[in-house]
Design a protein around this ligand. Sequence first.
Ligand code: SF4
Ligand code: SF4
Length: 425
Amino acid sequence: MQHTIKPNEHGPLTEPMAHAVQTCVHCGFCLAACPTYQEFGQEMDSPRGRIVMMKQVLEGNLPWADAQVHVDRCLGCLACEPACPSGVPYRDLISPFRAVAQTQNKVERTTGEKVRRWLAAETIPYPGRFRWALVGAKVGRALGPIVPGMLRPMLSLAPGEVPAEVKLKAVYPAQGERRARVALLAGCAQQVLDPDINVATIEVLTRNGVEVVVPVEQGCCGGLSWHTGDLAAAQAFARKNLDAFPADVDAILTNAAGCGSAMHEYHLILKGTPDEARAEAFRKRVVDVSVFLGRIGLREKPRAAASGAGAVKVAYHDACHLANAQGVREEPRALLRSIPGLELKEVANGHLCCGSAGTYNLDQPETASSLGAQKAKAVAATGATVVASGNIGCLTQLKVHLAQSGSPVKVRHTMQVLRDAYRKE
Ligand code: SF4
Ligand code: SF4
């Protein structure tokens, strides 16, 4: 698409944004893949419509405020990328656009929105604070109607019980002969909402001869800040991790798709800063745990999906930030298929986001809830007793919506399914 965006007019992120705009040929193949186009049924809430709007804003031909509602409604799920025959790197446009809009103070929000966003930004990336926030949410739920409306989406997503804290060690030695050494991102929300995911991941890796380092100084991946337009915070988190992760490991592993995807974008987050080259080198070392296990192969074969007779049906839910953002679809499925007695089920319309999308379910609760309900229905329709996925946001959203629909389907991380299979006699 022709454009008149001036080079560097919006800082170092102008160039990737302009490139994404230029690559779009306006064909519309992406529309069918977009969950918000499905929900709202209008061009402005489709990838193509948003690209045109963002282009016009960046050119100075449309007020920022006119685009904001539609840019806010974008899940950042990136389902539009694999659907696009021209290879438009939509991710190079949406998050940079939000960052530029916020940095230039173009974003207008109500006081309620500001408070909710501030609360999310000041709690979720910090496990200690987040744990206390979840305890507070429990009290808030008990107070019911007197809680301000803007906080209710947060309360409805908070788990009924907060799991006990699990303090991870700095190093977990490989069992048997060591085949590799990796560093693991513990994930800030994940280690509070379901600390067993890291326990399972470490057990699977060490059983397969991998030494796991958990850098003590690591912090949030920065994804929450990046996807909500807080560039300064995203840069600070990214720099902290650039410093925290050691160089002498074979890979930097993530087991939360959203975190992995954000770390893959460190070169964008730090574009035009002295750390850009370091970020570029760093992101190439980041890999999802399922991909790493696929690379090295399972040395220890999983025993069984369950005790007793009959296959256990497990549905696999593609987290958008694993499937679309990192192109990881087959590796987790291959791990699940390797478990004897496990029958893998596909979820209909698997390309549609579950509505979690970072803090989307807090910021756009109606759309998120509609998508969550659809996903829960599609999961239940597979006839599976377990649904596996590789992202804490999706797992939380699935838990909430499966429970709301009265479904007994259990929600597990792929690594938990694999670890449980190892433990079966
Ligand atoms: S990122 Fe998702 S919601 Fe946003 S335009 Fe692309 S497909 Fe639509
Ligand atoms: S499919 Fe790609 S090129 Fe076509 S309108 Fe969508 S983003 Fe643009």
